[in-house]
Design a protein around this ligand. Structure first.
Ligand code: F6R
Length: 352
């Protein structure tokens, strides 16, 4: 299949810098002048009072990362809604619902749209399939341009969704009177650097992933920690690890450790911590180390964060997903799992 690896997942991880560059080529020109937002026919940004990001699994994680742009820079209340739980949602007028689904055919998403049909709702579909059922239901559709993804585990579609959603959000912000231009400019600059950072992460982590795989091959459970915008990448790392290796993994906002999960840590417990520059994480890591936990810090584009610490943009350190994907894939291969077709799972989930 035209890549360096025998499995689709390896090639799809490898493609991510190119996918991010493709999204920028298509959409970045419409950010500063607000034209990307307007081209979607959405209501003016200042008429939106609330944003709901809706999705399942990895697509929900992409939504949470995107949502932070609306809350941090746009000061809008953002709700992340698990699609299968949308029926308890209390609707409010002037809500922008961003439904994120790679396939656009996920039953939970399509079902959620019924619960979310209220007046003054705008539905934006962010999907890798602009001809999908979700796209047909939406007021506006944006194609995240990932190209066909064959591996069941979402990788390049996650990167494409975050890039595309952030581009749309920034375009809306740039057309708004409420928003600080300087912040929006800095964010656009960070978005533009993403392909390079993804590429640097792929190269920066390639030597250490096999070592980590050997070190943790016998571990029965994994903890993933983060703070702030890093939490959702910890969640994504745990999800990838579970679905590919069939080992237990959970994620926690690092501050929650001391409220319970720290009891899980014993001699040798692997703890992967996504570091976005919040120094309180060091305290949490020290607690883990004091109990014999083995900590891998995911910061910047390689395993040695020195010289590469910069504040993460509002959507978080997207390149952090690379080592998390690489680690889950590598451990899965080490454990003889089929990385393209994990047991019990389907690429397109069309049942409740
Ligand atoms: C995880 C994964 C799933 C999907 C989820 C939603 O690697 O692929 O969690 O993200 O089933 O699927 P879509 O995006 O098609 O709605």
């Amino acid at each position: 299949h035209g890549g360096r690896f025998d499995d689709h997942m390896g090639n799809e991880i490898d493609e991510q810098p190119a996918v991010a560059a493709r999204v920028l080529d298509a959409f970045a020109g419409g950010i500063a002048d607000g034209s990307l937002w307007r081209s979607l026919g959405l209501a003016g940004f200042d008429r939106i009072h609330r944003v709901v990001v809706l999705g399942c699994g990895t697509s929900l994680h992409a939504g949470i990362a995107i949502g932070r742009v609306f809350s941090d820079l746009g000061h809008l209340p953002v709700t992340a809604l698990v699609a299968s739980e949308a029926s308890s949602f209390v609707p409010e007028p002037h809500t922008l619902v961003i439904a994120i689904s790679q396939s656009g055919e996920t039953a939970d998403i399509l079902r959620a749209l019924d619960a979310l049909s209220f007046p003054d709702r705008t539905l934006l579909a962010l999907t890798n399939n602009p001809y999908s059922s979700l796209a047909r239901e939406a007021d506006a559709v944006i194609d995240c341009l990932a190209g066909v993804e064959i591996g069941v585990a979402a990788t390049k579609t996650f990167v494409a969704q975050v890039m595309t959603g952030v581009a749309v959000a920034l375009s809306g912000l740039c057309g708004s009177a409420r928003v600080d231009r300087v912040d929006a400019r800095a964010a656009l600059e960070a978005l533009t650097e993403t392909p390079l950072r993804l590429d640097a992460a792929l190269r920066g982590w390639s030597d250490s992933i096999p070592l980590l795989t050997e070190e943790f091959a016998d571990a029965s459970g994994f903890l993933f920690l983060g703070r702030g915008s890093g939490v959702v990448y910890a969640a994504e790392g745990a999800l990838k690890l579970k679905e590919l290796t069939y080992r237990w993994a959970e994620h926690q906002p690092a501050g929650e450790l001391k409220h319970g999960p720290l009891a899980l840590v014993e001699n040798g417990t692997p703890v992967l911590a996504v570091d976005v520059g919040d120094r309180r994480l060091d305290i949490n890591i020290a607690e883990v180390l004091a109990r014999g936990g083995r900590v891998v810090r995911i910061a910047g584009v390689g395993p040695d964060p020195v010289g590469d610490l910069r504040p993460a943009p509002p959507w978080g350190p997207l390149e952090a997903v690379v080592p998390l994907q690489l680690f889950a894939r590598s451990l899965a291969i080490r454990l003889d799992r089929n990385v393209d077709k994990p047991r019990n799972l389907a690429k397109s989930v069309t049942v409740d």
